[in-house]
Design a protein around this ligand. Structure first.
Ligand code: ACO
Length: 431
């Protein structure tokens, strides 16, 4: 619980405004400016929200300087090592680790909701085959509100619960179908005897002519990718989901908004962009040229998969992901393909180069996840949809937390207006 024990006084233009300071359970104190406009007649200005807490939340904590990521207090490396994705989902959604019985019941509920309404298959057919799977996912997830109206009333806790399970359960099926559709193959239905990650791999890689045997190491690696991406505090897509749902919009429409935001290369699209960049670099001897471009202020090029808005020490997820990448490459006997050589050399150079060291630009989780997904056989266009599958539980948990909060208000930022001031309309013949 945040405590309010201190105040700050803001003095300007002969005015004084007292601002309460809330102390969180972890992290920096927060200045409460909610009464600032009413009492001082000014707004605050923070594009990009670099100093703004947009809500209170008890789900995920990040200390970017120390490289700490906690879900409900549990560190991500312990969860990645000892837990698994659906248990982490339960933790994010309900706040505590489940007992064995509760976990079994939760897993069963998710597993039994993995099929999608048969009519939705028709909906997929309206898309062009060459559509990016993210484009298809934005459309199909938004359209879930048309197929599952019985869980769109956000004022009803039971409907919110049903919508949560549906989104979590059906997202892998939708992502796999978007992929199958894009490669011209029939979609593969989920199977209730497989775990979440194995089911997803099979839905992506099985064909009617030949089933797909899921290797436990690949299934574990996929489970880890999902676990490591499950939630990340108030990132751009999560904030999008919160803002969209602050108007009372239905959860499927709001999660579709989150998917749209995730798609951008500065966010979830970075895993696709990172691998494409490695391929564009092509050979190790080209790396210095790309490093030069990344440092050049006049060149918009950036090393994709490097840097993070919050982590300025290291990304704790990247450490685990790197270990997973080594395991997968070892299993698949991929040692020395050119892309991997480029990745390893680039990582080494960037970690030593003063530009990257001084600006604290480390490889982030997307740098390594792309390498794993590529080795598993996924095309780059599927990297961001897999991120969306993983992040769905984060979006849903944050959405549920927000809707259940009696203090919830519609999100409505203000602005620093820089346009023309009042002027009279001029008739077209007089312009
Ligand atoms: N390559 C080269 N230079 C970089 C990079 C990079 N990847 N990232 C940041 N910089 C430089 C900037 O040019 C800037 O330099 P300056 O201070 O001389 O102007 C400085 O580092 C700070 O960069 P900002 O853009 O201000 O940092 P911000 O916190 O806004 O951006 C971001 C973070 C968007 C992640 C950025 O590092 C980036 O674009 N990285 C590449 C894309 C990427 O990998 N995104 C994935 C993020 S992780 C995720 O979504 C799971």
């Amino acid at each position: 619980m945040a405590q309010t024990t201190k105040t700050a006084t803001l003095t300007f233009e002969n005015k004084q405004v007292e601002l309460p300071i809330h102390s969180p359970t972890a992290g920096p104190d927060v200045l409460d400016i909610r009464k600032l406009y009413a009492q001082g007649g000014v707004f605050t200005y923070d594009p990009g929200y670099t100093s703004t807490a947009s809500c209170d939340s008890a789900i995920t904590f990040i200390d970017g300087d120390e490289g700490i990521l906690l879900h409900r207090g549990y560190p991500i490396d312990q969860l990645a090592e000892k837990s698994h994705f659906l248990e982490v989902c339960y933790l994010l959604l309900y706040g505590e680790l489940p007992t064995a019985d509760v976990l079994e019941d939760f897993e069963s509920r998710v597993t039994k909701h993995t099929m999608i309404h048969e009519q939705m298959h028709m909906f997929f057919r309206g898309f062009r085959r060459d559509a990016h799977p993210m484009a298809t996912m934005v459309g199909v997830v938004g359209a879930m509100s048309a197929f599952y109206h019985d869980s769109t009333d956000v004022s009803d806790p039971w409907q919110r619960e049903v919508a949560s399970i549906r989104l979590l359960a059906k997202m892998p099926t939708i992502a796999a179908m978007a992929y199958k559709y894009s490669v011209g193959q029939p979609s593969v239905y989920p199977r209730n005897d497989l775990d979440y990650a194995s089911n997803f791999l099979r839905m992506c890689f099985a064909v009617p002519a030949e089933d797909y045997e899921v290797d436990p190491i690949l299934s574990r690696a996929m489970d880890r990718i999902l676990t490591l991406h499950a939630d990340h505090e108030q990132n751009a897509s999560t904030s999008t989901v919160r803002l969209a749902s602050s108007s009372g919009a239905n959860p499927f429409a709001c999660i579709a908004a989150g998917i749209a935001c995730l798609w951008g290369p500065a966010h979830g699209g970075a895993n696709q962009a990172a691998l494409e960049m490695l391929r564009e670099i092509g050979t190790v001897d080209q790396i210095p040229e790309f490093i030069r471009r990344a440092k050049d202020k006049d060149d918009p090029f950036r090393l994709m998969g490097f840097g993070h808005r919050v982590y300025k020490n290291f990304d704790p997820r990247a450490k685990v992901m790197k270990q997973s990448a080594d395991e997968v490459l070892d299993l698949l006997g991929i040692e020395n393909n050119e892309t991997l050589k480029v990745a390893k050399e680039l990582e080494k150079i960037a970690l030593e180069d003063p530009y990257f060291v001084e600006k604290k630009l480390y490889p982030n989780v997307d740098f390594y996840s792309g390498i794993i997904l590529d080795a598993m056989g996924f095309p780059t266009s599927m990297f961001t949809p897999i991120f969306a599958v993983a992040r769905t539980v984060g979006w849903v948990s944050q959405w549920k937390e927000m809707i259940a909060d009696p203090a919830m208000k519609i999100g409505r930022p203000r602005q620093l207006y820089t346009g023309p001031t009042y002027r009279d309309y001029v008739d077209v013949e007089n312009r």
